[in-house]
Every structure is written in structure tokens, then in C-alpha cells.
Design a protein around this ligand. Structure first.
Ligand code: SF4
Length: 350
């Protein structure tokens, strides 16, 4: 019981700490370069508060990965600076081939993407030619190119139900937890790839149950990349955007949140005065590498952003043949979303 208290931490508050003189000068330099280079900063919810604030202050955007790409597509800037991980930069490039897309740190990756190498995945798909291939947005451009559909967490259930109603069997990759959740909800025949998010995989159901008992009034908000036992304890299961909305709309004043704690910045902004607690990961003495915070998202910072703007390094390039295939599976989702009047862009994945 004590354990749950020991590993829950109060939210970091709505704002980044006030910039010190050096940091203020750095931010001013970045703002100047963004204007000079006709560039816009697009940040994921899981990145540091100072990057999220800078994106908001400079006319950029803070959101989930597909909405980041959508924003980049609609914005007039010639250069998109992506504060996030590599697959987000690739998705932005797939949808915006005419633009220069730069990553703040090109080594920032994602365990779901890493868990699904294209050659092994292609062999797996080839061994099951009767199945429709559905992949989560957290995949490489090459894996998206092999897929029939790309989905976000907000539309995954609808797409799987749609395919199931047509009598189609599915290959799902890479997140086994999200796949299991979709399978449970839809009853679809799904063959699951064995990948997971190293952040969400660490949330622990038993400790969460103890924490719920200690905070009986708290709402429990869970991202569906979490293990099934954690999802079972949720009041709301949803994408990052859906969880922020729930934090605002639900009457609870305290929430236990099972997703990357970078999201607390926007949650606190959306619901000032409410309290957000990290869901338990591996407990006291944990060996988790990523206790409620993604190590790759944490690689993004202001200094590297300034360096990238100065050097033009870390540009995303995608083979055109791969890009043209990948965009088909993304477009299929977008067309489905439009026909089913489901908003995908803006309510998407992690
Ligand atoms: S939080 Fe998980 S899903 Fe998101 S980028 Fe990090 S490893 Fe990937």
C-alpha cells in the first residue's frame, strides 16, 4: 500500500519553470531562427514543458503524432521541426513531401517502431496472405508501406470492427496490448505482433488497484498501450487527446494517469486546479528504464533545437517508392474516418 504512495508523484504544474537568463537568450535565438527560416515547431504531448510552451508561443502546435502531421501539412511554413520521435518525423514527411522536416534528435526512436523491423514483419505478413494488415501509427515508413491500413488509437476499434463485419481476418502490429484491447472490444480475428511500449508496459495493475483504494474519488485515465489488467481498472481508456479531454470534462478533481507524465503539462492547462498522479510503474526499487516517461521523448531539448536550426541537421528523407505506398495505407484510414465521420486527425495515437 505504501508502495503506491511512494511512486506516485504530483504533477509538474502547468508551466515550465521561468527561464533563466541563459535559457531566455537561447529561446530568443530559437524564435529568431524559426522566423528567419520560415520554420514551425511541432511538439508531442510527451515532450518537455519548455518545448510545448515554445511551440504554442511561436504559432506552432502541441498534439499527438498524426495531428502534428496534419498541422504541418496545413501550415505555410517550409520547414517543420519535430519535437518527438522518429516515426513522427517520418509521418510528417510522408504527408508533406515538399517540406523540409527536421528532427530535434535523430536518435529518438520508439520501442514499438524498434520492435517491428520491416524484414521480419514482411515475412510474417507473407506467411499469412489471407489476413488484412493493420499497423499502428508508431511504425516506420517501410512498415506502413507493407500495411493495408494505418490506424491511430482513436480509430483502431472502428477499423477492426469494420473489417470484422466484412469477414476479414487481421494481422495487427506492433503493440500487443492495444491489439488485445481492440480484439476484446470487437471480437475480430486478430493475429498480434509481439511489440510493446516500454513506458506503458511498466504500469502495474495490482499497484494501481491499491492506489485506487487509497484515492477512491480519483478518476483513472489509461492509454490503451497499457497492459490489459491496467486497462480493466480504467474509468476512461483513450488516446492522449481523449485523456486530456476526460481530465477536463469529468467531475473528478484527482486523476490517476497511466501514460507518459509529459501529458500532465497539457492536462493541467486544460483542467487547472485538478491533481494528477502517475499510475504506479514497477514500485520502489524499480528497474524500469522508463518509469512513466519516455527516454526518447526526453532526448528533445532546447539546446539541440537551436543546434538543428543552425546546422539544418537531422533532416528526414524517405525513399519515394516507400512513401507512395505508405501514404496509401494512411489515406485509407483518413477516407474511412471521413466516411464514418470519425475525427482521426486531432484525436490520434500516442
Ligand atoms: S512513449 Fe512508448 S509509444 Fe510513445 S514514443 Fe515512447 S516508446 Fe514509443
Amino acid at each position: 500500500m505504501q508502495q503506491a504512495f511512494a511512486i506516485s508523484t504530483p504533477n509538474p504544474g502547468p508551466s515550465a519553470p521561468a527561464a533563466q537568463p541563459d535559457q531566455a537568450a537561447l529561446i530568443a535565438r530559437i524564435k529568431r531562427m524559426l522566423v528567419e527560416q520560415n520554420a514551425v515547431l511541432i511538439a508531442h504531448y510527451y515532450t518537455a514543458p519548455e518545448l510545448q510552451e515554445l511551440a504554442d508561443e511561436t504559432g506552432g502546435h502541441v498534439s499527438d503524432s498524426l495531428d502534428m502531421a496534419r498541422f504541418g501539412h496545413e501550415h505555410a511554413a517550409k520547414t517543420l521541426i519535430v519535437a518527438g520521435v522518429r516515426f513522427m518525423g517520418e509521418t510528417a514527411k510522408i504527408l508533406n513531401p515538399e517540406k523540409r522536416v527536421l528532427m530535434i534528435d535523430s536518435a529518438a526512436t520508439c520501442s514499438l517502431d524498434e520492435d517491428c523491423p520491416v524484414d521480419a514483419f514482411t515475412a510474417f505478413c507473407d506467411a499469412h496472405p489471407d489476413r488484412t494488415v493493420v499497423v499502428y501509427a508508431n511504425t516506420s515508413a517501410a512498415v506502413k508501406a507493407r500495411a493495408d491500413w494505418v490506424v491511430t488509437s482513436s480509430i483502431a476499434v472502428k477499423v477492426a470492427a469494420h473489417l470484422h463485419a466484412q469477414g476479414k481476418k487481421i494481422i495487427w502490429a506492433p503493440d500487443k496490448h492495444l491489439g488485445h484491447y481492440v480484439q476484446q472490444v470487437t471480437g475480430a480475428d486478430m493475429l498480434l505482433w509481439d511489440g510493446s511500449c516500454i513506458v506503458h508496459n511498466q504500469f502495474k495493475a495490482q499497484l494501481l488497484a491499491e492506489m485506487k483504494r487509497a484515492h477512491p474519488q480519483a478518476g483513472v485515465l489509461v492509454h490503451p498501450e497499457s497492459p490489459a489488467g491496467v486497462i480493466d481498472l480504467a474509468d476512461v481508456v483513450g488516446s492522449t487527446t481523449a485523456l486530456i479531454k476526460a481530465a477536463k470534462d469529468l467531475p473528478n478533481t484527482t486523476f490517476i494517469v497511466a501514460t507518459d507524465n509529459g501529458i500532465f503539462h497539457k492536462m493541467q492547462e486544460a483542467a487547472p486546479g485538478k491533481t494528477f498522479l502517475e499510475a504506479p510503474t514497477a514500485g520502489v526499487g524499480a528497474t524500469c528504464k522508463s518509469c512513466a516517461h519516455c527516454p526518447w521523448m526526453a532526448m528533445n531539448d532546447l539546446e539541440k533545437l537551436a543546434q538543428v536550426l543552425e546546422s539544418g541537421a537531422n533532416e528526414i528523407h524517405i525513399d519515394e517508392a516507400i512513401r507512395q505506398k505508405a501514404i496509401i495505407s494512411i489515406q485509407r484510414m483518413l477516407d474511412f474516418a471521413q466516411s464514418s465521420q470519425q475525427t482521426v486527425l486531432g484525436k490520434g495515437n500516442a
